[in-house]
Design a protein around this ligand. Structure first.
Ligand code: PEP
Ligand code: MG
Length: 794
């Protein structure tokens, strides 16, 4: 028998004779049913799960971890064996097709029901009750948390798939909560994930942490060292109520920087804290408004900052790497709730995103703001604060553009700035897309850049980590010019991959940079950026009889991109700008006011109702096809029904396009188009491309540009993955190219999954091409290698 670390980091793999692999964690006969935190070390993960092991390790250091015991994985396993459930569950899971949603839901309900109904062995029940009494003779209120035995291991993101029950009081409620945690191991989502990630259900266990509930009066997170530079500067963020408010980003917390060398607070930023999260009195939490007196009050005293920083130092010294720590305070009592390594230190990029250049030292620079790092690179410049788009002309070359949110009519200014900072938005907002394409560092969703920063102020923007510092980093100033575009220029000869790696382009100015990546074509050319920079809506051109100008503008812009990709496919998307993006332009006064422009008059639905607008676009395509650009394909956005594709095709036929011999395809951005993909294929689409930016928002009902819910915007949500998987398979069966051009196509982890699931091509942002190509090549090689090994083993 050979024991190896699992390649995916999912624990130890025990290779048995005959080659079967199982992940360790199966029942160990002598392990107790209950372990106290003090008895646990991080190696005990197979008994107490990731959460339990981490708490035990922290308690062993003498850190003030809330009192707790763990009902071990072995107690759970004994329960399954003694009640006879084990074999029944395996039997039902063995024959389950997890892709069959109905069957999956039914099996999950059935198994959970059985786990909840079964009688917990008397010995285990007694031990749990005894342990509860030992924590406190009164009915202490506890949190009962699942701790899957593979949870918190790299790549095995089981976290959140099993349940947590807050505010549990009394023996009976505790026993029920433990049993509910056990049952949650068989939730549909958990079963699906395990099946997809190759975990063997027989060996994945669940432990349950029973812990004194801490109703923090103030709480937050702490980076024990600076998250970018690794300097011994402890950064503490804190707010009122439970730490959830800080972790989820629903509040702008206070920030304190403590220098471990001088043991002094070197910086503090007291924010307005409008909301706090508190226990709801039931089994959950609620968000309430902070009373006026506390909103602007400093959360932590200097002594509290020092004490937390001291705890931070203890954890960092113990683990040997900087930690991300969750903490809470009730009255005068401190609690350390969780600690994880910070993974970002040392991975930062230098000026203008040049990889490996090393980040400049932060020195005494104060962090002014934090948001989402939307386009990598570091830049220094003077703030140009634009509150009204009409003032955009004031932005100068090399400025830092600071605005609530960028608009297409700001693109000319965006081209000349050193960095972009916005109050609003997420990774797929306008500012994020355009700045990545321009290679300009950007931080979006800071919430308050326009109120914190002032025009003329010198700042340094880190577009990777999402931080804005006061003043100029000298090294950045020196490198700023020299390093521009270094990343793309150094791309080198591309690796050949079976899965095509294409690039997204929105502005013709980026065509040369895009082509320099060696991409296999353009998987998305967003044409709205070609005309919106002119500051006139398509309607304006039509009303003012300037159609020819409009057609020429489109023709010339698209031609620049086609010329940069000779002989390679270039998929040009028809217009897709929500009405609010047109509002500030000439003609914008005629745009309808919509309650929700994201769900409104955009994409193909608008073109089909506005034949004049559609016809002008088609006119430009016709000219290009006539000029011999056969590599031009046309992609329709926001289609929800095959009839829309048929109608668009028929309109084009009516305008003289040889529709059977040109390449017409669709974007899959609305769940309905993924569900109806077979019907689209029957209607003759030549390709389909996932617009995951929209597909995710429409599947999960999460506004892609709303920073308050950015953490719920999950590209890997099982529902999204299921839609994608099914559409890929159906396209493959029809021999039609299936691709992706949403932001998820620039994420290596997602691309690995897509290649494994048979995607034909991926289209990524310019700055991501090298990384994505490498991911595609590696994944393909691994698939080939595994197939060869399997053949040899037979
Ligand atoms: C998408 O939705 O993924 C997409 C590429 O389109 P856009 O971001 O322009 O909506
Ligand atoms: Mg879209």
């Amino acid at each position: 028998m050979l024991i190896l670390p699992a390649p995916t980091g999912k624990g130890m793999i025990i290779i048995k004779q005959g080659g079967d692999k199982i992940i360790s964690g199966a029942c160990m006969n002598n392990m107790p049913n209950i372990l106290w935190l003090e008895e646990i070390r991080k190696e005990d993960i197979t008994s107490v799960g990731g959460k339990g092991a981490s708490l035990g390790e922290m308690a062993s250091l003498g850190l003030p971890v809330p009192k707790a015991f763990v009902v071990t994985a072995q107690a759970f396993r004994r329960f399954l064996v003694e009640t006879g459930l084990e074999q029944k569950i395996y039997k039902s899971l063995d024959s389950l097709d997890v892709e069959n949603n109905e069957a999956l839901e039914k099996a999950a309900e059935n198994i959970k029901g059985q786990v909840l109904k079964a009688k917990v062995p008397a010995a285990t029940r007694d031990e749990i009750k005894k342990a509860y009494r030992k924590i406190s003779s009164d009915d202490l209120i506890v949190a009962v948390r699942s701790s899957a035995t593979a949870e918190d291991l790299p790549d095995a993101s089981f976290a959140g798939q099993q349940e947590t029950y807050l505010n549990i009081k009394g023996e009976a409620a505790l026993l029920t909560a433990v049993q509910k945690c056990w049952a949650s191991l068989y939730g549909a989502r958990a079963i699906y994930y395990r099946a997809k990630q190759g975990f063997d259900d027989r060996t994945v266990n669940i432990a349950v942490v029973v812990q004194q509930l801490v109703n923090s009066e103030k709480a937050g997170v702490m980076f024990t060292s600076h998250p970018i530079t690794g300097e011994p500067l402890t950064i503490i963020e804190g707010s009122w109520g439970l730490g959830e408010a800080v972790v989820s980003g629903s509040v702008s917390p206070d920030k304190y920087v403590f220098d471990q060398r001088t043991e002094k607070i070197v910086d503090r930023l007291v924010s307005t804290k409008k909301v706090e999260i508190i226990a709801d009195g039931g089994h959950g939490t609620k968000s309430v408004e902070v009373d006026m007196q506390r909103q602007d009050a400093q959360v932590l005293s200097d002594a509290e900052v020092s004490k937390l920083a001291m705890y931070g130092k203890i954890t960092e010294n113990h683990y040997g790497v900087p930690q991300d720590v969750e903490w809470g305070i009730v009255g005068e009592t401190f609690y350390i709730l969780q600690s994880r390594p910070i993974t970002t230190i040392g991975t930062k990029k230098g000026a203008q995103g040049a990889p490996g250049a090393g980040a400049p030292a932060m020195g005494d620079h104060k962090i002014l703001l934090q948001g989402q790092g939307a386009s990598p690179g570091i830049a220094v410049g003077k703030v140009a604060l634009i509150r009204d788009v009409k003032d955009i002309g004031m932005v100068k070359e090399g400025d830092i553009l600071v605005t609530r949110m960028t608009n297409p009519d700001m693109v000319p200014a965006m081209k000349k700035v050193a960095a972009i900072v916005t109050d609003e938005g997420g990774m797929t907002c306008h500012a994020a897309i355009v700045s990545r394409e321009l290679g300009t560092p950007a931080v979006v969703g800071t919430k308050k850049a326009t109120s914190v920063l002032t025009s003329g102020q010198i700042v340094t923007v880190d577009g990777e980590k999402g931080l804005i510092y006061e003043g100029a980093f000298e090294q950045v100033v020196q490198k700023q010019q020299a390093a521009a575009h270094q990343q793309v220029a150094g791309a080198g000869a591309p690796t050949i991959t079976a899965t095509s790696v294409k690039v997204n382009v929105s502005i013709p100015e980026a065509a040369a940079r895009a082509a320099a990546t060696g991409a296999d074509g353009v998987g998305l050319l967003r044409i709205e950026h070609l005309i919106l920079g002119l500051n006139k809506t398509p309607g304006w051109f039509i009303t003012n009889h300037r159609e020819e100008e409009f057609v020429k503008e489109l023709h010339d812009g698209i031609k620049i991109v086609l010329d940069a990709f000779p002989g390679k496919p270039v998929w040009v998307r028809t217009l897709d700008a929500p009405t609010d993006e047109f509002r500030n332009m000439m003609g914008g006064e005629n745009e309808p006011h919509e309650h929700n422009p994201m769900l409104g008059w955009r994409g193909i639905r608008r073109d089909l109702q506005s034949p004049d607008q559609f016809r002008l676009q088609v006119e430009s395509f016709k000219q290009l096809w006539k000029e011999g650009y056969e590599n031009l394909g046309v992609m329709f956005p926001m289609v929800s029904h095959p009839d829309q594709f048929v109608q668009a095709k028929e309109m084009m036929r009516g305008w003289g396009v040889d529709v059977e011999n040109v390449t017409l395809g669709i974007m899959i951005e609305i769940p309905s188009s993924a569900i109806l993909i077979e019907d689209f294929l029957t209607c003759g689409i030549k390709f389909a491309s996932f617009g995951t930016n929209d597909l995710i928002q429409y599947t999960l009902a999460i506004d892609r540009n709303n920073e308050n819910i950015a953490d719920m915007y999950q590209p890997k949500h099982p529902a999204v993955l299921r839609l994608i998987h099914n559409a890929i398979q159906t396209c493959r069966e029809h021999g039609v190219e299936c691709s992706i051009c949403g932001q998820a196509g620039s994420d290596p982890k997602m691309v690995e999954w897509l290649v494994e699931h048979g995607i034909a091509s991926v289209s990524a942002n310019i700055d991501a091409i090298a990384k994505i190509r490498e991911t595609v090549a590696r994944t393909e090689q691994r698939i080939i290698l595994e197939a060869a090994r399997n053949r040899n083993a037979e």
